[in-house]
Design a binder for this molecule. Sequence first.
Ligand SMILES: Nc1ncnc2c1ncn2[C@@H]1O[C@H](COP(=O)(O)OP(=O)(O)O)[C@@H](O)[C@H]1O
Ligand SMILES: Cc1ncsc1CCOP(=O)(O)O
Ligand SMILES: [Mg+2]
Length: 275
Amino acid sequence: MDPTRAWELWQKVRHQKPLVQCITNFVSMDIMANTLLAAGASPAMAHSAQEVEDFSKLASALLVNVGTLTPDWTDGMQLAAKAAKQNGKPWVLDPVGAGATPFRTKVIMDLVKLQPTMIRGNASEIMAVAGAAVQTRGVDTSAEVSDALQHAQQLARDLGCIVAVSGAVDKVTDGKRTLSVRNGVEMLTYITAAGCSVTALAAAFISAEPEDPLFATAAALSIFGLSAELGALGSGPGSLRVGMMDKLFNMTWHEAAGQGTTWQSQGLHITEDAL
Ligand SMILES: Nc1ncnc2c1ncn2[C@@H]1O[C@H](COP(=O)(O)OP(=O)(O)O)[C@@H](O)[C@H]1O
Ligand SMILES: Cc1ncsc1CCOP(=O)(O)O
Ligand SMILES: [Mg+2]
């Protein structure tokens, strides 16, 4: 696909500066908020059941992430998702560690019933949400994207939502069409909360392109991945975090289009899979 559309959507996000209401885990709060800010959105981390419904009126999108789950957070998650639906705001779910424990899986499946606009997880998380047999290790994947693809497509059809499976090549599907995103670096798997952050970025992108959440999700994954490619300084996860954040802030059109970089970057790389 021509990178122009993803780039223009990004500029729309920057122009609109959507407020993304984030109910997320303690590990990810900092990097997620900074990812949203660097890319041009506006984060607000607010999880109390006392205020999530009021926040929903202000926000352009909601992210729910179950990473560091405790029972006192689940009411806020449910209320926020219901309020987003009622207010016509997109909401996205990051089912961190789905399948790892019965408590976590039950909370996730109850949230899934509230019709998220998009679910993004790694391969084993998406397989667990789809009810497939998978041995979840924790929050990192124990499966390959190829193992999860058919489950993701079925899940998307069953729920009528977008499902994204991240990994070396990300797959984003509505159950009929599937997009592949070939951006990112393997070193991202050594940065905690990279997946959490890209899910939040997708919420921002979907709010700016609500009529095409499939493409908006792929665009967010592609931009996040390319920022990591261009920002990787080569020495390790610490510098990748910094370099990636800088590229989310200052990536140029030439870099997005894969032109004029000093190495072999192809730029934003989204393709549609053959049926
Ligand atoms: N092997 C890889 N090569 C390139 N990019 C990757 C790889 N694994 C994950 N990514 C990227 O890292 C980000 C987080 O994905 P992932 O590690 O699958 O999620 P999680 O952190 O939730 O387990 C995504 O943008 C994804 O595209
Ligand atoms: C390490 C950890 N533990 C609970 S949540 C969390 C962060 C997971 O982030 P990600 O799924 O993006 O790697
Ligand atoms: Mg994750």
